[in-house]
Write a protein that binds this ligand. Structure first.
Ligand SMILES: [Zn+2]
Length: 110
């Protein structure tokens, strides 16, 4: 069983996640493919749609390495605007370590 409480708080930079809820959802068993050797330190994802790239966004730091030994999804939810995205991780070296997410809550502020 994998619970959100399995996340080690020391893996997360609080300044980056202080308005995000991050929970882990296990999706499958062990990774079936080996890690991409081009990304031994993890990858920084941009999960914005092309139309969102000009607007406000947040960078959220993900717990990395995932270290759970299974494929799953980080569910990241913005406490400001309620936006939620799912980011797949596979307990491999090339897992995502951060993600750029468009933030609706900051529209009109800038
Ligand atoms: Zn937001």
């Amino acid at each position: 069983m994998t619970q959100p409480s399995d996340i080690n708080p020391s893996d997360i930079n609080p300044s980056d996640i202080n308005h995000f809820d991050i929970t882990w959802q296990e999706r499958g068993g062990p990774p079936r493919m080996s890690a991409n050797p081009d990304y031994p330190q993890g990858v920084d994802l941009d999960v914005r749609a092309p139309s969102e790239k000009a607007g406000p966004s947040c960078t959220v730091k993900l717990p990395y390495p995932t270290g759970k030994g299974v494929i799953g999804t980080w569910l990241v939810r913005c406490q400001r605007c309620g936006r939620a995205v799912g980011i797949t991780a596979a307990s491999r070296a090339d897992d995502p370590r951060s993600a750029i997410i468009a933030c609706k809550g900051m529209e009109g502020v800038a």
